[in-house]
Design a protein around this ligand. Structure first.
Ligand SMILES: Nc1ncnc2c1ncn2[C@@H]1O[C@H](COP(=O)(O)OP(=O)(O)OP(=O)(O)O)[C@@H](O)[C@H]1O
Length: 308
């Protein structure tokens, strides 16, 4: 069977006022039918560029993308029909009600009489009581739910979510993930880009990490986590750490995290901190998570690699 999504040697170069920018460099990987796949990377890594190419909105400088064998440029309608893309930005017609927007979107795919599925989408996404509300009267979070419903009206085999939970509240995140997970269990392939690493850790079976347009890791999530076999000493302090410890630490305001391999290293590190006069609160030791792996991988690659 062909891959749900296949990226083959995808390159994208932008000509900018600062010179050419290689936004994607030989991106090659397949996503298999039924996978819940995560695409991660820092700002500017190329995630949205890759998704725009997948959606047929942008052409690669070189390379090929297929959806269940359909080439997104040579067979755009076949590919588009198999894809449900939830964009990052909110795009809507303010004069339509929610139900009208969903019917209109169905019409775009030549679908009629899918009222039962539209009702299921409305219920699943917590929009049932908003069906007859005008789009312009909805809150940002509700509009985002409609974006998700719109992407799904034609029952696509592949759902692509481009940072769907950026800036949305906990309730919407939970509703969205419960619904998308159910569709995934029913056989839908899901491609998710997110900045929330705990979300990727909880949902994705496999993860690709992009940095400066290149794939720098492509593994099962469990494998990536195994790579982070170390532990992390976590504490809070208002003081700056001595240089030797600061070089090993991840600092987020008062929160400091230092990688430690075993109990002996925990003791050594705590002793060094005490000797340096650091007053610590809320000391904890926990297993490294996806964020640790991500930061480690990102730290291993020099910046500005994307400049051609
Ligand atoms: N139309 C464009 N013209 C020129 N450069 C662009 C264009 N679109 C994107 N870029 C550049 O390509 C690189 C990749 O951008 P992209 O938006 O794909 O990254 P991203 O991983 O989606 O980032 P974010 O997490 O911030 O959304 C960036 O350096 C960006 O500035």
């Amino acid at each position: 069977m062909s891959a749900a999504i296949s990226f083959q040697q995808v390159n994208k170069r932008f000509d900018t006022s600062r010179g050419p920018l290689q936004a994607l460099q030989d991106v090659t990987f397949d996503i298999q039918p039924g996978e819940f796949f995560g695409l991660l990377g820092p700002n500017g890594a190329g995630k949205t560029t890759l998704i725009s190419i997948l959606a047929g909105l942008s052409r690669p400088t070189r390379g090929r993308v297929t959806v269940f064998g359909a080439d997104v440029h040579a067979q755009p309608m076949e590919a588009r029909r198999r894809l449900g893309i939830v964009p990052q930005e909110l795009v809507f017609d303010p004069f339509f009600t929610v139900r009208e927007a969903l019917r209109f979107q169905s019409g775009y795919f030549g679908i009629q009489g899918n009222g039962a599925w539209i009702d299921e989408l409305l219920a699943g996404l917590g929009l049932a009581d908003k069906a007859d509300t005008n789009m312009r009267q909805l809150s940002g979070g509700m509009k985002r739910r409609v974006m998700v419903a719109q992407a799904l009206v034609h029952r696509p085999q592949v759902i692509v979510l481009d940072e769907p939970t950026a800036g949305v509240d906990v309730e919407l995140r939970q509703t969205l993930w419960a619904f998308i997970s159910r569709l995934n269990r029913d056989g839908c392939t899901v491609l998710l880009t997110t900045h929330y690493l705990e979300e990727a850790e909880a949902l994705c079976g496999r993860i690709a990490m992009l940095r400066a347009g290149r794939v720098i890791a492509l593994e099962r999530t469990a494998e990536l986590l195994r790579r982070a076999s170390s532990n992390v000493l976590h504490f809070k302090t208002d003081q700056a750490l001595p240089d030797a410890l600061a070089a090993r630490a991840r600092v987020t305001g008062r929160i400091k995290q230092i990688k430690v391999h075993d109990a002996y290293e925990v003791e050594q590190t705590l002793a060094a901190l005490r000797q340096a006069g650091i007053v610590m609160e809320d000391i904890e030791v926990h297993k490294a998570d996806l964020e640790d792996v991500f930061l480690e991988l990102m730290a291993g690659q020099p910046d500005g690699e994307g400049r051609a």
